[in-house]
Unconditional design. Structure first.
Length: 203
């Protein structure tokens, strides 16, 4: 069961069958695993511009949200959820892909800028604050050469993981789910250290 301090877990990605299991949708993939583990089914919510499901009951309810606004407008969905459910920004966690991290690594922060990620930028703009928790999930870079990397970015993030990559990713997803479920108000630092030091080869 999730902590009362955690009201909304947002996974970022793009809606539609053509984007399923793509690198940009790794946030969706983590949420789907959390939902599966908690026997929670997603349903469309027009007012929240996304798919949601609820875990727990009463005041201790935690909601999962997958925006269907496409990545660049993710903030519209997150803002709608914040207004509707009336929680604070620090009771939110955003799960997002990160091309600057190698596959199998994750970086956890309690606040910060967008780092060039359009989904995070949209959320910061719509919430009017960057003080919310985020988990950046490594998807690797298409190239070490800057010029080449720029030209291959779109095809890389919208490309699908290989079978070998899935093995690494699945271990990481299980670790992320385990850590999110263990979060309480007084162990966030411990969870941050655990995830930030995670190494795929330990799996």
């Amino acid at each position: 069961m999730f902590s009362d301090d955690l009201k909304l877990i947002v996974g970022l990605g793009n809606p539609g069958p053509e984007y399923i299991k793509t690198r940009h949708n790794v946030g969706f993939m983590v949420l789907e695993e959390i939902a599966k583990k908690n026997s929670c089914s997603f349903r469309e919510s027009k007012k929240l511009h996304g798919k949601t499901c609820e875990i727990g009951s009463g005041d201790s309810k935690t909601r999962l949200l997958m925006p269907n606004t496409f990545m660049n407008e993710s903030g519209k969905s997150v803002r709608s959820a914040k207004d509707w459910f009336n929680f604070e920004a620090d009771q939110l966690i955003v799960l997002v892909d990160d091309m600057d991290l190698p596959l199998g690594k994750v970086r956890v922060r309690s606040k910060g800028g967008s780092g060039g990620h359009n989904g995070l930028r949209s959320i910061i703009n719509h919430l009017g604050t960057n003080e919310f928790k985020r988990l950046r999930i490594g998807i690797g870079s298409p190239s070490e050469i800057q010029k080449e990397r720029k030209s291959k970015t779109i095809s890389h993030v919208l490309g699908k993981f290989s079978k070998e990559e899935f093995v690494i990713l699945n271990f990481l997803i299980q670790e992320i789910v385990s850590c999110i479920e263990a979060i309480t108000s007084n162990n966030w630092e411990k969870i941050t250290t655990r995830l930030n030091s995670y190494k795929p080869e330990n799996s």
